[in-house]
Design a protein around this ligand. Structure first.
Ligand code: DP6
Length: 368
């Protein structure tokens, strides 16, 4: 059953008398790569159009949340926490996390009763240009939901997943798609039952075998910090001359992709996925102020992929996120052919020849 929940349903109602004194939870959550892109949002962190992503496997964040009953009792206090990333204390991570806590507090009021220590690490290098907000925020949301579960009897698994995605969304939109695998839809779409703006849902139809175990080799073209953050980019969609058409197009593309994912049409898949990637960057090129996140090597790789596809009729394609790195997507059946091509023709465009072999994954996992 895919009952749609509302914001009201996510407000924690139990009076927490039996609150655990202290403890910890650990979650490993994946990154994801969007096929139809989320670009443009409104308050509170709601998408202007629906998006869909492959959940990844090798790119993940592992987060432990340690909680200790706070000795301070205050009504409207900031949450007291420390954050460590790869064993190093990171005070510069705190403002974003504090903002997240403040946003979710009305849904998980018990967090004000605790002091926290957050310990996090990524499987991918921090400076790889791979956004860690999706996996990072979803990991934290899941840890908080594990705590809520301790305080609420009979919480269903479905509710746990939906509320985790709901909280993760309030930290970073794409994080709402990093709870489940293998394909997740976030944002209301007429053809996809249960889809809504508040949280991500597992793609509800049967996925064609062609898309099982799909590969994503991430070519790290530029590992530097992005010049323009996603948050600023989203904001530039307000008053963007092409915004309305773009949001309509995303609906249309998701309608088509919904069919394709079920019927296995790889050629049509390629067409939509590449068009979405280029449209995302076209929005950046045409916003005011305009900006370019692709690098010359991004374009060289794209051209090489097109050449290779024309020569071999392979189903290789690319997508991009908000940066210069290229995600090379291909079916399991072409693993050998495409890997050889990547190693011999594409790696040279990567910074220090670095790339990450990833594939579609099953979603977040709790560790004892
Ligand atoms: C281009 O989720 O990083 O990767 O909600 O402001 O945290 P915030 O933005 P974020 O945006 C992701 C944009 C994208 C496309 C996508 O993942 O759908």
């Amino acid at each position: 059953m895919n009952k749609m929940l509302t914001e009201q349903d996510f407000i924690f109602k139990n009076n927490s008398e039996d609150m655990p004194e202290k403890g910890s939870f650990t979650w490993k959550t994946p990154s994801n790569i969007a096929l139809v892109k989320y670009w443009g949002k409104r308050d509170p962190q709601l998408p202007e159009n629906p998006s869909i992503s492959f959940t990844l496997d090798a790119c993940f964040t592992m987060t432990t949340l340690e909680f200790n009953k706070s000795s301070l009792v205050q009504d409207d206090k900031e949450i007291n926490f420390d954050v460590f990333f790869e064993d190093e204390k990171k005070d510069d991570f705190k403002p974003k996390i504090q903002r997240f806590f403040q946003r979710i507090k009305q849904y998980v009021p018990f967090i004000t009763d605790y002091d926290f220590v957050i310990r996090s690490r990524n499987s991918f290098p921090h400076s790889s240009g791979i956004a860690s907000s999706a996996s990072g925020m979803s990991a934290l949301a899941l840890c908080i939901m594990s705590l809520e579960k301790e305080l609420s009897e009979n919480m269903t698994e479905t509710f746990f997943h939906k509320k985790s995605s709901f909280l993760a969304r309030l930290g970073s939109g794409s994080a709402s798609r990093s709870i489940d695998g293998e394909l997740v839809v976030w944002g209301n779409h007429n053809d996809i039952q249960g889809s809504n703006d508040l949280y991500g849902i597992k793609f509800p139809s049967i996925i064609h075998d062609n898309f099982k175990n799909y590969h994503d080799t991430i070519l790290l073209v530029d590992k530097g910090e992005k010049q323009v953050s996603s948050t600023v980019g989203h904001d530039l969609m307000h008053g963007h001359p092409f915004a309305e058409k773009r949001f309509e197009q995303a609906h249309q593309n998701l309608s088509e992709l919904n069919e394709i994912l079920q019927n296995g049409d790889l050629k049509k898949f390629i067409n939509i996925v590449e068009s979405e990637a280029l449209t995302l960057h076209a929005m950046m090129l045409t916003s005011n102020p305009y900006f370019i996140l692709m690098k010359p090597n991004t374009l060289s790789i794209i051209n090489k992929i097109w050449e290779f596809r024309a020569q071999t009729n392979s189903n290789i394609c690319f997508t991009l996120d908000a940066g210069a790195n290229v995600h090379v997507l291909y079916p399991e059946s072409e693993k050998k052919l495409v890997n050889n091509f990547i190693v011999s023709e594409l790696i040279k465009y990567c910074q220090n020849n670095h790339y990450i072999c990833d594939r579609v994954g099953l979603g977040a996992k709790q560790f004892e």
